[in-house]
Design a protein around this ligand. Structure first.
Ligand code: PBG
Length: 317
């Protein structure tokens, strides 16, 4: 078919403006430590993070989401809401030195707790309500340090409402919340947990993440988060859950985000490294599939290269 005709009748499109680039930030200077299970991705210190974000911006990336790896972890995740916490420092540096890039932050305690769970532990369980207070403090602290949007990823009950109330009370009624609304308990997060060193020391996250077999439950979770004040709702992982993205798109008016997670990245990166698949083609096809399913926003570790490829594609016509 004539490529001009094909472009005219195309039903959905991927563009760089839809992508958010996830980045890991840790203490130190000059750090650019590769993540072994995510070839091509690194843990950055604040200074190299700024360089990476500027380079990504030059490639066409317009938004990042930050994950912090603190210098020390404790039972109450103090590093998550500290004034000079790692994410707070990164936000101030980016606001200063890469102001054109939208700053989103992951709000969760699992990277900051000594036991690696997403909240305060009482007995052997994550205690919901005491955790909400710390999540709300973290969100407000991120916003004050320069976050443009906060993204609670823990799945505690009531956390979107708690964060909304805390932001409003702090004089930040317009700060949007992107909630990880339909977050499945997934083996696809394995490489992320290596990078963030957040594998739970005991037990797992099945008490608060969803069973991969359920779709109706995802719709209930999304509806609840929207009622509590979420502005954007996320489905995670992305490619194995396109049906969930699709149904959410049909049912809800709010923008849907999808997270192509670390394990999805690792599968493609590993096969491409061996020459078994064509990295560029498979990345663009998978992002296209996520858009076709109905996601407005895609969080993807491929954001930087995809933005570059999408820019080239425009100019080689
Ligand atoms: C929690 C969080 C996780 C991811 C994003 N936010 C880890 C988890 O739920 O265990 C996973 C992202 C990925 O795998 O790329 N802070």
């Amino acid at each position: 078919m004539d490529p001009r005709l094909r472009d005219l009748v195309r039903e959905s499109e991927v563009s760089a403006s839809r992508l958010i680039y996830p980045l890991f930030v840790a203490p130190g200077r000059g750090v650019r430590q590769g993540v072994p299970s995510m070839p091509g991705q690194s843990v950055y210190s604040v200074d190299t993070l700024v360089e990476e974000v500027r380079a990504a911006e030059a490639d066409g990336v317009r938004g990042v989401i930050l994950f912090g790896i603190p210098e020390s972890k404790d039972e109450r995740a103090t590093g998550a809401y500290a004034e000079d916490g790692i994410v707070q420092r990164a936000l101030r540096a980016l606001r200063d030195k890469a102001p054109g890039v939208l700053r989103v932050t992951d709000v969760c305690l699992c990277e900051y707790t000594s036991h690696g769970h997403c909240g305060v532990i009482e007995g052997e369980k994550v205690a919901n309500d005491p955790t909400l207070e710390l999540l709300a403090r973290t969100a407000v602290s991120h916003a004050r340090a320069g976050a443009d949007m906060v993204a609670p990823s823990d799945m505690m009950d009531g956390r979107v409402g708690a964060i909304r109330r805390a932001l409003d009370a702090a004089g930040l009624p317009d700060l949007p919340i992107l909630s990880y609304a339909a977050k499945y308990a997934s083996a696809f997060y394995g490489p992320f947990r290596d990078a963030a060193r957040s594998t739970p020391a005991f037990g797992d996250r099945r008490s608060h993440q969803m069973d991969a077999a359920n779709r109706a439950e995802a719709m209930r979770e999304i509806a609840l988060d929207l009622e509590e004040g979420a502005d954007v709702v996320m489905v995670k992982p992305a490619l194995p859950y396109l049906d969930v993205i699709h149904e959410a798109r049909q049912r809800f008016q709010a923008p849907i985000a999808a997270y192509q997670v670390s394990g999805e990245y690792a599968l493609i990166a590993a096969a491409a490294e061996r020459g078994w698949v064509d990295r560029r083609a498979i990345v663009l096809e998978s992002l296209g599939a996520i858009r076709r399913a109905g996601a407005s926003i895609i969080l993807t570790y491929f954001a930087r290269e995809a933005a570059r490829w999408l820019g080239e594609r425009r100019s080689d016509r």
